[in-house]
Design a protein around this ligand. Structure first.
Ligand SMILES: *Cc1c(COP(=O)(O)O)cnc(C)c1O
Length: 217
């Protein structure tokens, strides 16, 4: 079942679009199952849960952190395990990642999470603050900004997500054109089960899909 879901989605995605299987609440065995079915990247929201899955799956997949990041979660082990952190939304968090990565001799690729709805209660950086934050982070030696991520609304009509994706793509392109040193605007992570088709139409090259792979949570 899960295997068929993976195969169907992989067959549907254009070849330049990477699939991240959003694994929150799933067991390590379920995560291993999707990897064996062909998923190359696992997205984790919680460090503890990620560690349990990592013990089973290890380096058979890449690991993206896609959850809300708090400073106390950023430890040596954490930055050692993840291949990308998609949810950087402050210089403070970036500074902590930079510090921990320096300790283990790693350069962490990160995406800046954009609060494309501009809603105060949601995570992410407001659109106007993205460029200043990237300029600031670009001076950190052990972090490399490689793109943007946005959530948008999770439910409802997928068309309702389109304006959020369009806006995030515009920011992405504007910053890419600045050619900032130590910044490589390569990845645009947008779209979930409900909205990934619309996100791809609007330029996403990473989609994060949970329920359509694993079933409803
Ligand atoms: C849970 C989650 C997803 C996947 O959501 P689905 O609707 O289950 O596809 C994608 N991105 C993030 C950040 C998530 O937390």
């Amino acid at each position: 079942m899960i295997e068929e879901n993976v195969k169907r989605i992989l067959a549907e995605l254009p070849c330049e679009v990477q699939l991240v299987a959003a694994a929150k609440t799933r067991t390590p065995e379920e995560v291993l199952g999707v990897v064996e079915a062909g998923v190359k990247i696992i997205g984790e929201n919680y460090v503890q849960e990620a560690r349990r899955a990592y013990e089973v799956v290890g380096n058979k997949a890449e690991w993206h952190f896609i959850g809300t990041l708090q400073k106390h979660n950023v430890r040596g082990k954490m930055v050692g395990m993840f291949d990308m952190i998609e949810t950087v939304d402050s210089a403070e968090i970036a500074g902590e990642i930079n510090k921990r990565c320096a300790q283990i001799g790693k350069v962490m690729p990160v995406l800046i999470e954009v609060n494309s709805g501009g809603e105060p209660q949601k995570s992410g950086v407001f659109p106007d603050d993205v460029e200043p934050l990237i300029r600031q982070i670009s001076t950190f030696k052990n972090i490399k900004v490689t793109g943007l991520m946005t959530m948008g609304p999770r439910f409802g009509n997928p068309e309702d997500s389109r304006p959020y994706f369009v806006q995030t793509r515009k920011i992405f392109e504007r910053i890419r054109e600045l050619n900032l040193p130590n910044v490589e605007m390569k990845y645009l992570s947008m779209g979930m089960t409900n909205s990934y088709r619309v996100a791809i139409e609007e330029g996403a090259n990473i989609v994060r899909i949970g329920s359509k792979i694993f079933g409803e949570r």
